[in-house]
Design a protein around this ligand. Structure first.
Ligand code: SF4
Length: 320
């Protein structure tokens, strides 16, 4: 008998926890099938299936579900939720399985464990263990699968912190003269469709890129302590603290905040980053992406920002 197939949409929290999800289900004996990388068909399907005023990441996620639902026995749509009162994630993550069920018909069984998020990431994963037991009836196997999945995630986090974007499969220019900190949620930065291909554009301009995933937990905590309150949402906190890290450490020549049109939490993150960049004199630009954002307009803005950084660097060295 063939192994049951579990479908994982290659979007949203997949960009943070891919090794955890994939290892867990493989170790349970499932065949894991991912939806294809985001593309315009997925976006079009997502726009059709989702309510009009949803942010672009939610639309793209629905497109991924539509792309894979007919080829799997189960669909994994985790419900990310706050582990404690004062740490949570955007409510759209909390209601994601319900939104998908309400919007798309003829779905396979949805596996939707509640994954608790704390300040530094996932906290305990009893619900994932229980999911494993429910699916296989084997406690030991579920425990081992969870253990190995957590180790796989830990290894990936270390690789990214030490190896930078290359560890995620993105090349960096060898002779870069500038470094730009690209700030935003992982599903906005690393997804070529959602980001408008900004990573490739910066690489083509000879710019090295650093992102929040390269900032250590220790640094994140240090910047968290600088604020009397945290922003409440996991990904928003990380964007703000990483932005502060790059503004104050001298590790980046400029900051670009990539944000999704219609994102409530980002409205606050963007304003704070703008104010802090003015305070520290860090060059800052915000790019808001929606389903109508074109490549050309985005490239023009990125080129202008990089030109300005180069002009500023030359001025500092007395070359202009
Ligand atoms: S944080 Fe913003 S972009 Fe992400 S799902 Fe929530 S509203 Fe959408």
């Amino acid at each position: 008998m063939r192994d049951a197939v579990i479908g994982i949409p290659r979007y949203l929290s997949y960009y943070s926890f891919a090794p955890l999800y994939e290892t867990f289900f493989r170790e349970l004996g499932f065949q894991v099938r991912l939806s294809p990388p985001s593309n315009t068909d997925i976006l079009d399907a997502g726009v059709r299936e989702t309510v009009n005023d949803a942010c672009i990441p939610i639309k793209i996620f629905h497109g991924h579900v539509a792309a894979i639902k007919d080829r799997v026995d189960f669909l994994f749509v985790p419900r990310l939720a706050g582990a404690k009162m004062h740490y949570t994630v955007c409510p759209k993550f909390l209601g994601l399985p319900d939104m998908v069920r309400g919007s798309i018909s003829d779905l396979p069984d949805i596996i939707a464990p509640r994954l608790p998020m704390g300040r530094d990431g996932l906290q305990g994963l009893r619900s994932l263990y229980r999911t494993g037991v429910r699916l296989t009836g084997r406690r030991v196997q579920a425990m081992r699968a969870l253990h190995n999945a957590r180790r796989a995630l830990g290894r990936r986090i270390n690789q990214i912190q030490q190896g930078g974007l290359e560890a995620l499969g993105f090349d960096q220019p060898r002779d870069a003269d500038l470094t730009v900190a690209l700030i935003g949620y992982p599903y906005m930065l690393y997804d070529t469709l959602a980001s408008g291909g900004i990573l490739g554009q910066l690489r083509a301009l000879g710019v090295r890129v650093v992102t929040p995933e390269m900032v250590s937990t220790r640094e994140m905590r240090r910047h968290a302590r600088a604020y009397p309150e945290n922003l409440f949402w996991y990904y928003s906190n990380r964007s703000l603290w990483a932005g502060m890290h790059y503004m104050t450490s001298g590790l980046a020549d400029g900051i670009i905040h990539v944000t999704a049109f219609g994102c409530g939490p980002d409205a606050m993150v963007n304003k704070l980053l703008e104010l802090e960049s003015a305070r520290y004199g860090a060059p800052f630009m915000a790019i808001t992406v929606d389903e109508h954002t074109g490549d050309v307009g985005l490239r023009t803005r990125v080129e202008a920002f990089v030109d300005m950084l180069r002009w500023q660097a030359a001025r500092k060295e007395g070359l202009t």
